[in-house]
Design a protein around this ligand. Structure first.
Ligand SMILES: NC(=O)c1ccc[n+]([C@@H]2O[C@H](COP(=O)([O-])OP(=O)(O)OC[C@H]3O[C@@H](n4cnc5c(N)ncnc54)[C@H](O)[C@@H]3O)[C@@H](O)[C@H]2O)c1
Length: 302
């Protein structure tokens, strides 16, 4: 299959590109390199903004587009909501226009658990309505709505993957959300780490290879019109996560403590069972062994 990956030089996108190439697909990458810098040698590469009308030419016979290019910072979406909307909403719309012009069969979209806001039930059931509480979440939900509109108007199939906290090789420790990358980088570098509040805040950590597997499944015939949670359903506290990473790194588990940050969600995890029914997907890695793989990768790439 010929598959275009937007954001293919980023953390998740570059891991996806490697997997698609290994599976024997032809891959086209579109990325403006604004944050990602991982270029696979065997993929056709276009340095392009997803909002650029030239995207339609880059599509070049692709059957599927995996759309991952985005403004990914919740904090930046609050300080500059217009830029967030331009990249995430206008960018997705331009991807759909390129898909329409290029007779693309399907678009697979990277959404976020931020779409759920403060969900009443955890793990969040798959049919929970979106309730955005940040411009980033609102732009993701808006993009999801355009996928539905283009399916209805032009028959372009789509699958939305609602990603929980993804971690693994190539995640940047510079971001706000990549806590695994932040702790790993600091612990291996002998620098202090900080837990906010009492460390009891939980998140649902899913390994990037498992996320990539969900994308490859969604590129096939299954899951059309579906929105699937891609997580483990398991909550891990900041305190426990720090202990697991310290153990994998072979260093003392002694984080500093700082006051809780206003607005941080106390808990999050999503129910992945519908993704098993719709895509045949389930997470394949347990947290401790995937953290060990990640720590070893960071150590070897230093
Ligand atoms: N990492 C997570 O835990 C997580 C969780 C939920 C959702 N997501 C979503 O998954 C996708 C990938 O995230 P990631 O963690 O790999 O982030 P990333 O920043 O590593 O990758 C995003 C890529 O998009 C590119 N990009 C940004 N703006 C662009 C533009 N205007 N035109 C072209 N390219 C552009 C960047 O250069 C980068 O390579 C995003 O859509 C993000 O919202 C990620």
């Amino acid at each position: 299959m010929r598959i275009l990956v937007t954001g293919g030089a980023g953390f998740i996108g570059s891991n996806l590109v490697d997997r698609l190439l290994a599976d024997g697909h032809e891959v086209i990458v579109v990325d403006d390199l604004s944050s990602g810098g991982n270029r696979a040698a065997r993929a056709e590469f276009h340095e392009l903004d997803v909002r650029d009308p030239a995207l339609a030419e880059a599509v070049g016979g692709a059957e599927v587009i995996c759309h991952l290019a985005a403004q990914i910072s919740v904090r930046n979406s609050v300080t500059d909501p217009l830029n967030d909307a331009r990249v995430n909403i206008e960018g997705t719309l331009n991807v759909l226009e390129a898909a329409r012009k290029g007779n693309v069969r399907k678009v697979v979209f990277a959404s976020s658990v931020a779409r759920y806001g403060r969900p009443p039930v955890i793990p969040v059931p798959g049919d929970t309505p979106a309730r955005p509480m940040s411009p980033y979440a609102a732009s993701k939900v808006s993009a999801e709505a355009y996928l539905s509109a283009y399916q209805g108007l032009y028959g372009i199939e789509y699958t939305t993957l609602v990603l929980s906290n993804v971690f693994g090789p190539r995640q940047s420790p510079g971001g706000e959300a990549g806590v695994v990358a932040i702790f790993t980088d600091a612990l291996l570098g002998g620098r202090p780490t900080v837990l906010f509040g009492d460390g009891s805040q939980t998140r649902d950590y899913v390994y990037v290879d498992d996320v990539v597997d969900a994308f490859t499944r969604a590129c096939g015939p299954r899951g059309n019109g579906g929105t699937f949670n891609i997580g483990t359903g398991v909550q891990t506290s900041d305190r426990a996560l720090h202990g697991l990473i310290a153990a994998a790194a072979g260093v003392p588990d002694a984080p500093d403590l700082a006051p809780a940050r206003l607005g941080d969600l106390p808990a999050m995890a999503v129910d992945p069972v519908p993704a098993f029914e719709g895509l045949g997907w389930q997470p394949g890695h347990d947290l401790a062994s995937a953290l060990k793989l990640t720590v070893d990768w960071v150590r070897n790439s230093q």
